[in-house]
Design a protein around this ligand. Structure first.
Ligand code: FUL
Length: 453
């Protein structure tokens, strides 16, 4: 999970897309404190922060040599400040990774629209950002371009090679890769089938076909996981009248992004004083406490775990409760359909969340699976089902009481490998308050509840 920081002149003008003509002197964060920003990220479990170094209005949060439309012309620190530098330093000290957003669309710069000139300008600014500040882990290329405004061709291939050359460890986000892709909406919600596999050659930057771009492609040649970007508030920038979403809404988004094999990029906009607002901090703390209380105790650790087949002792089914992604269960090479993990408990357990993880260094394989439990009549009954797994899959369902379970993989691109299996109790989510009554009412009940949520 990463935190997104949208900050700039829009923070002071109550706007989302600045015109590019706002007087730069409005930018004046009198209590600016980048350490507070990164501490908020670290304390609430986000390992990366991404800053809008330049949004569509063209105002630069660092003193670029290519324009005066920047912090240099603002009232903040008499024009001598550098937000990028301060954030980089704070991030390094606190130990969170840094990413930068450099908007291709620029409503201020006069050469925007002149293809060669602007591409050079953009690459010049990119070079400043990627050579002045040490290691940058992500470069975020926003696909937005206002309708009816100046248009121009972007030299994406040149930009990508420049970024990879200057910062070999940085991942490049854009709508269709090359390294991470857009999930297809700004609500923070992925589809229930989500492949990290993708074909960047078939896709065009700016391709916003959610189905195609969002769900990935099981036959894709490239590894391009999806990012779910969403704001904690209605806008991307801070507005005095807006309030943050609740911790429960964030938990729901967590299930629908991280729990569907995606990265969650949550925007928390610093306010006009240059700080993250207290209300947002409280929500983030609560969100982190809720996650910790649900996911700290994996009930599956008490199970005796066996399998329909096992390749050899190195790939024991018991590996699925070990925390390393490098220890995983592998079936033998002969079993060609239906691969099963059995979990037997000495006592009855109650849970309503399933976590499954694949060792993705071996690729993403699982196409369809379900979890069954032994009910009060000793019959196998389905608790939940899913399609893709990938790095992480979470499923929430009405709570189940049992002492015998089996995870059945029905379809897989190759032998399914499982690196982690977790069973948890979520008492907070609406589905968590329901217990399973009978198979029939359960299926209908779950469906209508899902719809009402
Ligand atoms: C969009 C932009 O137009 C918004 O202002 C924001 O930056 C969001 C993350 O991407 O495309």
């Amino acid at each position: 999970m990463s935190l997104f920081f949208h900050f700039g002149t829009n923070t002071y003008t109550n706007s989302e897309w600045g015109t590019g003509h706002t007087d730069p002197s409005v930018f004046n964060p009198t209590s600016f404190n980048a350490t507070q920003w990164v501490n908020v990220a670290k304390d609430s479990g986000f390992s990366r922060v991404i800053l809008t170094a330049k949004h569509h209005d063209g105002f630069c949060l660092w003193p670029s040599e290519y324009t005066d439309y920047s912090v240099k012309s603002s009232s903040w620190e008499n024009g001598s400040g550098d937000v990028v530098k301060e954030l980089v330093e704070a991030a390094r000290i606190v130990g969170v990774q840094l990413g930068l957003y450099l908007s291709p669309w620029d409503r201020h710069e006069a050469c925007y629209g002149k293809t060669l000139e602007y591409n050079e300008y953009y690459m010049g600014q990119m070079t400043e950002l990627l050579t002045r500040y040490g290691e940058i882990r992500e470069v975020w290329l926003d696909g937005a371009k206002g309708e009816g405004e100046k248009d121009m061709e972007y030299f994406f291939d040149d930009w990508f090679s420049l970024i990879h050359q200057l910062q070999p460890r940085a991942v490049i986000f854009s709508d269709a890769g090359p390294d991470t892709r857009w999930v297809g909406d700004e609500a923070g919600v992925a589809g229930t089938t989500c492949w990290s596999l993708f074909n960047t050659s078939d896709a065009k930057i700016g391709d916003t076909d959610a189905e195609y771009s969002g769900g990935g492609d099981p036959l894709g040649h490239d590894w391009v996981p999806a990012e779910c970007d969403v704001s904690i508030r209605p806008g991307w920038f801070w507005h005095p009248s807006e309030v943050p979403k609740s911790a429960m809404t964030l938990l729901d988004l967590y299930y629908k992004s991280v729990g569907r094999n995606c990265l969650l990029l949550l925007n928390v906009p610093p306010n006009s004083s240059g700080l993250i607002s207290e209300q947002d901090i409280q929500v983030l703390q609560e969100f982190s406490e809720i996650r910790n209380s649900i996911f700290t105790h994996n009930l599956a650790k008490n199970a005796l775990i066996s399998a329909s087949s096992t390749r050899d002792s190195k790939y024991s089914p018991q590996n699925v409760v070990e925390d390393s992604i490098f220890s995983y269960w592998a079936p033998d090479n002969i079993a060609l359909s239906e691969w099963i993990l059995y979990l037997d408990f000495e006592e009855v357990i109650t849970f309503n969340v399933l976590l499954v993880q694949e060792p993705i260094q071996m690729g993403q394989r699982v196409k369809k699976f379900h979890l069954e439990f032994s009910n009060e009549y000793g019959e196998w009954e389905e608790a939940t089902s899913g399609t893709t797994v990938g790095y992480k899959r979470l499923l929430l369902f009405p709570s189940v009481k049992t002492s015998h379970l089996r995870l059945i993989v029905e379809k897989s691109r190759a032998d399914p490998l499982i690196s982690y299996l977790g069973l948890y109790m979520d008492p907070f989510s609406i589905l968590g308050h329901i217990s399973r009554v009978s198979s029939i009412s359960l299926v209908n009940g779950t469906e209508s509840l899902r719809q009402s949520i």
